[in-house]
Design a binder for this molecule. Structure first.
Ligand code: C2E
Ligand code: MG
Ligand code: MG
Length: 276
């Protein structure tokens, strides 16, 4: 009986996941997926305590003076059996179960500690998830990370996606303005992939627009593939925002991006993400 109910429950879970008002028969694969997910969840819960996370950094190059202006911190998880787990595989689940909050706090603290040892002109950018904006702790955590590392606020940048602005707009905007008032820079990440990017650009004075790498890939692959990049570069210019092209892999892409007027690039051509 227990087994029957458990299987029925898995089928119900799937039916809800796929949009309610429907039914699903139980399939063995549902159980396997659920168990895999549960194991991953358990492993993520232990990862912080076991010090399995580390940060890699990817430089961002300014095109006007060909100098590195800063680095983006990218989370890496080395699991003893799974090996190196890419962020795309564990961050969504960590967000869902709320663990991105303590993990994100560790990222902020570690990134500030690392950056404090770098030359004064080099900034550090940290990705911040929507869930980290939900509580009231984000500003507190950042202020404390800056204070204990000695990193000036002007050298810290946070990267948010549209997902952050989709939720509880008033409160989120207040948090962003508080961070801004402290001297922290705020970037819009993966620009152009969401729903209403343009209205978000009006709702908050971002310092930087990071153009999603899919548009950079288009540049040499599609006819008029450079139209979007050119438009965003122009938009950034008129709004006084830095425009970074993400995912630049070839000299050809680099040349085109320079010609379209982006101010900065980030990508494998300059460097892959590497340890500090
Ligand atoms: P993102 O913030 O847009 O980071 C850029 C991603 O593009 C990184 O993937 C980077 O390795 C990859 N990339 C950079 N240059 C190139 C290139 O030339 N070609 C290609 N194909 N890829 C390039 P990564 O490290 O796998 O991270 C994926 C995403 O995971 C990040 O996208 C970010 O959204 C998220 N993430 C990473 N670290 C953190 C973190 O500490 N906290 C949160 N909340 N999210 C994170
Ligand atoms: Mg980013
Ligand atoms: Mg991005």
């Amino acid at each position: 009986m227990d087994r029957l109910l458990k299987c029925a429950d898995l089928a119900l879970y799937r039916a809800k996941l796929e949009g309610r008002g429907a039914f699903r028969f139980f399939e063995a694969e549902m159980d396997a997926r659920m168990q895999a997910r549960r194991r991953l969840e358990l492993d993520i819960r232990q990862a912080l305590g076991r010090r399995e996370f580390s940060l890699h950094y990817q430089p961002q190059l300014n095109l006007e003076n060909d100098r590195v202006t800063g680095c983006e911190a990218l989370l890496r998880w080395h699991h003893p059996e799974r090996g190196l787990v890419p962020p795309g595989e564990f961050i969504p689940l960590a967000e869902e179960i709320g663990l991105i909050v303590p993990i994100g706090e560790w990222v902020i603290r570690q990134a500030c500690r690392d950056a404090a040892t770098w030359p004064a002109a080099i900034t550090v950018a940290v990705n911040v998830s929507p869930a980290q904006f939900k509580g009231d702790r984000l500003v507190e955590v950042i202020v404390s990370a800056l204070a204990s590392s000695g990193l000036p606020a002007s050298r810290l940048e946070i990267e948010i996606t549209e997902g952050v602005l989709l939720q509880e707009n008033e409160r989120t905007l207040r948090t962003l303005h508080r961070l801004r008032a402290l001297g922290i820079r705020v970037s819009m990440d993966d620009f152009g992939t969401g729903y209403s990017s343009l209205s978000y650009l009006r709702s908050f004075p971002f310092d930087k627009i990071k153009i999603d790498r899919s548009f950079v890939a288009d540049i040499t692959q599609k006819p008029d593939g450079d139209a979007v990049i050119r438009a965003i570069a122009g938009l950034g210019r008129s709004l006084g925002m830095t425009t970074v092209a993400e995912g630049v892999e070839t000299e050809d892409q680099m040349r085109r991006i320079r010609a379209e007027g982006c101010t900065d690039v980030q990508g494998y051509l300059v460097s892959r993400p590497i340890p500090a």
